[in-house]
Design a protein. Sequence first.
Length: 155
Amino acid sequence: MDEFIATDIAHGRHRDAAAIRSYDDRDEAAVVALIEVVFPNDSPWNVPLEVVRRKALVQRELFLVAEFDGVVVGTVMAGFDGVRGWVHKLAVHPDHRRRGLASGLMAEAERRLRALGCPKLNLHVRASNVDVVAFYQRLGYAVEANVSLGKRLDT
């Protein structure tokens, strides 16, 4: 079954349950809009529509959405290159936060990556985003002393 139910585990009750499932092409506009809300000042090379379309072409089973009452309210993009897993664009609409959706999306991404044999999961968070760093630490992630390097290949 390709559906996971996220509940408000932190408060011990079933409130605002959302289905977590694989991305479908019909989700494109909603996911793009969600990314634009959650990451409004992202870099110019992270055009949401282009990011969504590129991810939809690769490991679609690791591109997840959270749906509540038929509306996409969360998403996460994961990938596995055979050595490490990566998570990108974990996003939950501000009106649906603090209900376990981000944790549920991450748990399902981790479950799917583990099933592929992924031994370690990495992600990047801007150092200034202390609330998000704290969120991932609560999920068991540790801040590692690495230097992140990047090189544009599409210019």
